[in-house]
Design a protein around this ligand. Structure first.
Ligand code: UD1
Ligand code: CA
Length: 463
């Protein structure tokens, strides 16, 4: 039978105390609702509808291509949210999976197990439940003496005896058969929060002799709902640990999982080693046999094989095989280091291409620069790429040697094989193979110290 899914994502997320809609808050580097979407895609659902409301245009903008968007305005509760999909689902006669946008830990596997249980039970509604040591904050599943589900009570409406129930509503349901929207419109907002609760539908179904089943999640840690930022951090920790387990099982050594932070999209090749205090964000890709960290921070970086990065930051840049970066280098967006490049301590690169086997070993700034292959850039070399109004490029040809403490005033071109004398301020192009020196000549004043002291002693020879 056909399967469609509705993700409820219209709530304000009051408890987040945020200007951003709750479902757009990021965990593991991605909006939390994107995980729900991913799990739903893995469940085999043909259609996905997302109900958006509070700052819904932001959510629609982010996910409009992956889901049909339905607006809920105003936001009067979860039952009211689902009711808004009535038109979109007119004529739909399959199974309807309903989820919340704030449960990012749920997996496609759990949804598949749940859907199977729903189909096997033949119920009109099945609720996914979980047994939690600490059920605080969740709706409680009330069963009768024979173990059948009777209703769900929200924490805020529950009598003390009900609060002791450890089986909770995950907010994930599956509905089949006609009448869903009719029953939904019978839900009343007579409760502590004056909201139309989707949970009340369970009791309405039972009163109307529509069979209701409950399925307990095999992995309760997956069903956590995020309502405030403490739970956001908790989910972050779980996702992080999941990701680290995944890379370790794929052949990556993570020395200290506790101080390693990997976004979900990150890819790391086998036999790479991640040292402590490392943060790898976005869609960074790291090849095999790399040594990353300690203290590395990579964001949307692409690293080849056998790359070392220690105590350094690499952002939106490409680093080819056998490069070595750091300690204390800062590779800003738009850089490309070809094979075997060394970028050493206290070096900053921006929009700079460095050719094969070139070295920028210490204390340099290269911006908007193209460096050829086999170049040595001496310590303290700086490109003066900005004149206060515009940025200008610098070109350094293959095999050039830039003496230490050189200023390259852009736009300027150093020819292949050229040598720049240390301490030069280069303002004109240097032809290939030439020597460029631009500094005051050294002067020697013999016996200057003695003569100075003699002057200070009023002409007498120093004693
Ligand atoms: C809800 C359930 C609770 C369950 C818990 C699981 C209800 C009444 N309660 O509580 O039984 O244990 O989830 O995490 O359903 N939303 C809308 N429109 C609205 C209100 C909410 O789209 O008008 C969306 C929210 O964006 C959110 C989801 O529905 O993604 C759940 O809403 P939330 O306010 O977080 O419900 P809980 O109090 O967590
Ligand atoms: Ca919630």
């Amino acid at each position: 039978m056909e399967l469609a899914a509705v993700i409820l994502a219209a709530g304000k997320g009051t408890r987040m105390k945020s200007d951003l809609p709750k479902v757009l808050h990021k965990v593991g580097g991605r909006p939390m609702v994107s995980y729900v979407l991913q799990a739903v895609k893995g469940s085999g659902s043909k259609r996905i509808i997302m109900v958006v409301g509070h700052r819904g245009e932001l959510v629609a903008q982010a996910f409009g291509e992956q889901a049909e968007i339905v607006f809920q305005e105003p936001q009067l509760g979860t039952a009211h949210a689902l009711l808004q999909t009535k038109e979109a689902l007119a004529g739909f006669g399959g199974h309807l999976l309903v989820l919340s946008g704030d449960t990012p830990l749920v997996t496609g596997e759990t949804l598949r197990e749940f859907l199977q249980a729903h189909q096997e039970s033949g119920a009109c509604a099945t609720v996914l439940t979980a047994v939690l040591e600490n059920p605080a904050g969740y709706g409680r599943v009330v069963r009768d003496g024979t173990g059948r589900v009777v209703k769900i009570v929200e924490q805020k409406d529950a009598a003390p005896a009900k609060l002791a129930i450890k089986e909770i509503n995950t907010g994930i349901y599956c509905f089949s058969g006609p009448g869903l929207f009719d029953y939904l419109s019978r839900v009343k907002a007579e409760n502590a929060q004056k909201e139309y609760y989707l949970t009340d539908l369970i009791e309405i179904y039972i009163q109307n002799n529509r069979p209701v089943a409950a399925h307990r999640a095999a992995r309760p840690e997956e069903i956590m709902g995020i309502n405030d930022r403490r739970q956001l951090a908790e989910a972050e920790m779980i996702l992080r640990r999941r990701k680290i387990d995944e890379v370790m099982l794929s052949g990556v050594t993570v020395i200290d999982p506790g101080s390693t932070f990997l976004d979900q999209e990150v890819v790391i090749g086998r036999d790479s080693v991640i040292y402590p205090f490392t943060v790898i964000e976005g869609n960074s890709v790291i090849g095999r046999n790399c040594l990353i960290g300690p203290g590395a921070h990579l964001k949307n970086a692409r690293l080849g094989e056998n790359v070392n990065v220690a105590h350094s930051v690499v952002v939106e840049s490409i680093i080819e095989d056998y490069c070595s970066i750091g300690p204390f280098a800062y590779i800003r967006p738009g850089c490309h280091l070809k094979q075997g490049v060394k970028v050493g301590d206290f070096v900053e690169l921006k929009k700079t291409v460095v050719g094969e086997n070139s070295k920028v070993p210490h204390l340099s700034y290269l911006g908007d620069t193209t460096v050829g292959a086999g170049v040595n850039v001496g310590a303290g070399t700086i490109t003066c790429n900005y004149d206060g109004a515009r940025k200008w490029p610098t070109y350094i040809g293959d095999g050039a040697f830039i003496g230490s403490n050189t200023n390259l005033v852009a736009p300027v071109e150093i020819g292949a094989g050229a040598v720049i004398g240390a301490g030069s301020t280069i303002t004109k192009n240097v032809p290939p193979g030439a020597l460029g020196v631009a500094r005051g000549r050294q002067r020697i004043v013999e016996r200057w110290s003695d003569r100075k002291k003699k002057r200070e002693n009023g002409g007498a020879e120093p004693g």
